[in-house]
Write a protein of this length. Structure first.
Length: 141
């Protein structure tokens, strides 16, 4: 089947399929005319990649997972270690997002949201929150 049919069958955009081929994640056969010719196994690999990417695995992690999936003598421990590392990375990202949310909530609370030009949100983004106390001290001296 051609790339459009493979896209429909796998649920991936044709551009993504071409990219996966370019980086060596898949290797479809070529027809006599040079066009890609995707087989049922290619669709299965593409579906595998779609699912792995939807779980947030990086392209490199997908490469490792596909290699392990193809290796019938693999140790499930190897797959488990990749998943454990990925969960740790997700948990770290969740902590970072929670910290960002907390900071933004504090800034929103500190912002009057009226017609005045002073804005603690912009001041913080600009790094001025640490500068303001020094300015005030300099102005009172």
């Amino acid at each position: 089947m051609n790339v459009g049919e493979a896209a429909r069958a796998s649920g991936l955009p044709a551009k993504t399929i071409r990219y996966y081929e370019e980086i060596g994640l898949i290797h479809p056969a070529r027809a006599a005319n040079g066009y890609r010719d995707y087989a049922r196994d290619d669709i299965h690999r593409l579906s595998f990649l779609r699912r792995a990417r939807s779980l947030g695995f990086s392209v490199e992690e997908c490469r490792q997972l596909m290699a392990l999936y193809s290796d019938k003598e693999r140790a499930s421990h190897d797959v488990r270690q990749i998943a454990i590392a990925h969960v740790s990375a997700i948990e770290e990202k969740v902590r970072e997002l929670q910290s960002m949310r907390t900071t933004l909530q504090k800034l929103i609370h500190a912002c009057h949201g009226d017609d005045r030009p002073d804005c603690p949100i912009l001041d913080d983004i600009a790094g001025l929150d640490a500068v303001k106390p020094a300015r005030k001290a300099a102005n009172t001296a």
